[in-house]
Design a protein around this ligand. Structure first.
Ligand SMILES: [Fe+2]
Ligand SMILES: [Fe+2]
Length: 242
């Protein structure tokens, strides 16, 4: 495991990236600095010491207030309880389904289970959680949208390989297609279903007109994200509709 690369991809939005050479994959965690700081992706348990050190270069980790993620899986939530122990005022934030199905049993403190009607205000920034069942995977999946700067925290969507640059304005569709096709050849095949809902969910995310995509595995993207989200729907269909 390499050291954590910290990069401010937009004002107050820090990308904390740990590259794992064995998988040729980055694991990215996003810290938003605000009156109530928010971390998106608690990260793997094994990455917690490195991540805590990285967070401490930006804010006092004991002051974290919100730990959010997309779906119940170790790279998203593994270190949740470690964060909750370090930061006594921090609360888990996920979809209502995530809270009801898994998190309140797993977590040492109950989660805030959000629906799209709820707004999480942290000071300068305002977040909504949109359900995206089985996109990228998991019944409980959702994406977090920060409305002030129009940042979409999109988890495994647009995942791609390599120790790539923190942020890009180049099209992510090519690297994403390549990564999906590669994973579909190996033991992790079937990790993302294509259903009749897929295109509609991605279209509703495109309608939010995000300006930044905070990507968990690979480069984040700055630019017009709506066409990219529709391009992703086409690639998911192409790769998984069989
Ligand atoms: Fe995942
Ligand atoms: Fe992931």
């Amino acid at each position: 495991m390499s050291t954590t690369a910290i990069y401010e991809i937009a004002p107050d939005l820090f990308r904390l990236s740990i590259y794992v050479p064995d998988f040729d994959m980055q694991f990215n965690h996003f810290l938003v600095r605000d009156e109530e700081p928010l971390l998106f992706h608690a990260g793997l348990k094994g990455m917690f010491p490195a991540l805590r050190e990285a967070v401490a270069k930006i804010i006092d980790p004991t002051k974290l207030r919100h730990i959010a993620w997309s779906h119940f899986e170790s790279d998203e939530i593994g270190a949740l309880n470690d964060w909750l122990q370090v930061a006594p005022q921090a609360q888990p934030v996920c979809t209502l389904v995530g809270k009801l199905v898994s998190v309140d049993d797993f977590s040492i403190r109950p989660a805030r289970g959000m629906t799209p009607e709820d707004v999480l205000a942290t000071g300068k920034y305002r977040y909504r959680f949109y359900r995206s069942p089985h996109i990228p995977h998991g019944w409980d999946a959702g994406v977090l949208f920060e409305e002030t700067r129009k940042t979409l925290f999109c988890s495994d969507l647009f995942h791609h390989f390599g120790n790539v640059e923190p942020v890009t304005t180049s099209d992510l569709i090519g690297p994403t297609r390549k990564a999906m096709q590669q994973l579909e050849q190996g033991s992790l095949a079937g990790y993302m279903p294509y259903t009749r809902q897929t295109e509609g969910v991605l279209r509703s995310l495109a309608d939010l007109k995000p300006e930044t995509l905070a990507v968990m595995h690979g480069s984040s993207y700055c630019g017009k994200c709506d066409s990219l989200l529709m391009g992703l729907a086409a690639v998911i269909k192409e790769t998984f509709d069989h």
